[in-house]
Design a protein around this ligand. Structure first.
Ligand SMILES: NC(=O)c1ccc[n+]([C@@H]2O[C@H](COP(=O)([O-])OP(=O)(O)OC[C@H]3O[C@@H](n4cnc5c(N)ncnc54)[C@H](OP(=O)(O)O)[C@@H]3O)[C@@H](O)[C@H]2O)c1
Length: 257
């Protein structure tokens, strides 16, 4: 017999960890995925003792080709079926594109887009068969506009947003909730990895718990897109009203160094 599970990628810190704490009280088995085994083990232990739920840790580098299939195999070996999928793992690289590290850039595209898409594709058939499921994809406010000096990261999040909105429409009326979450700057390990530590965007950061709470509520309310944080809410409208060229120029001033 298979048990239904909530799978959260990138659960070893930041927004993913905060989301794991919010999903845990639902009493469904949890699968926490990332590369940092120690952090995942510590969180699993805490959530298990607090909520009495089964928490599984799967260490997987989702940048690797075929990682999504490996992860889904491990999940099925544990006799689990994905009922809720949270595609949260992701990172950014802030640099002039011509100088960006090629391998890092490719890895980012693999993680932010390919793994997310493949996991969604592999999780959907069982959800459709049951007529029940939830998919949360973490995009970003940068999904709404081109971002010089963060070009590939912003484009990858534009992909996540577009893909998720389209999928939500395909799933309408089929019992599967699909939400794209667009956080603004958030106080997590993201800025150290992205090389944006100490920048203006880093200083404006929200707490990961606040982002996770809005995201969780939006998913359960069947909202297709949620922009988290009061200050960020007008961004989609601003992007529709202000010419794209002007927004791109303004973003280059914010991101340039
Ligand atoms: N923080 C922000 O300002 C911000 C704003 C908008 C959107 N976001 C998005 O929010 C999501 C979560 O980021 P965060 O802010 O919480 O940053 P974070 O604290 O750096 O967390 C990123 C998570 O992804 C995991 N991860 C990174 N590379 C991975 C890989 N190759 N394979 C598997 N897991 C990997 C990390 O775990 P390991 O290192 O242990 O693998 C970690 O658990 C990302 O998609 C990010 O793009 C962040």
């Amino acid at each position: 017999m298979t048990t239904l599970a909530t799978v959260i990628t990138g659960a070893s810190g930041g927004i993913g960890e905060a989301l794991a704490r919010l999903f845990a009280p639902e009493q469904q088995a949890l699968v926490l995925v990332a590369r940092s085994k120690d952090k995942l083990d510590a969180l699993a232990k805490e959530l298990n003792s607090k909520h009495g739920i089964k928490v599984h840790v799967i260490v997987q580098d989702l940048q690797e080709i075929g990682a999504a299939a490996n992860l889904m195999n491990e999940i099925s070996n544990l006799k689990l079926s994905v009922d809720t999928l949270v595609n949260n793992a992701g990172f950014g690289v802030s640099a002039p594109f011509a100088k960006a590290d090629a391998a890092k850039t490719s890895g980012m595209m693999q993680l932010n887009m390919v793994a997310l898409t493949e996991l969604t594709h592999m999780a959907l058939p069982a959800m459709l068969e049951r007529g029940h499921g939830r998919i949360m994809n973490i995009a970003s406010v940068v999904a709404f506009q081109p971002c010089p000096y963060f070009a590939v990261y912003a484009a990858s999040k534009a992909y996540v947003l577009s893909f998720t909105e389209a999928l939500a429409e395909e799933m309408r009326g089929r019992g599967i909730l699909v939400t794209a979450v667009c956080p603004g700057s958030t106080d997590t390990g993201f800025h150290s990895v992205a090389n944006t530590k100490g920048s203006l965007v880093d200083k404006m950061a929200e707490s990961p718990l606040m982002v996770a709470e809005e995201a969780y509520k939006a998913l359960n309310n069947g909202k297709t897109v949620v922009v988290t944080g009061l200050l960020n809410k007008p961004l989609p409208l601003v992007n529709r009203l202000v010419p794209r060229k002007a927004m791109t120029w303004a973003t280059s001033k914010l991101m340039g160094r």
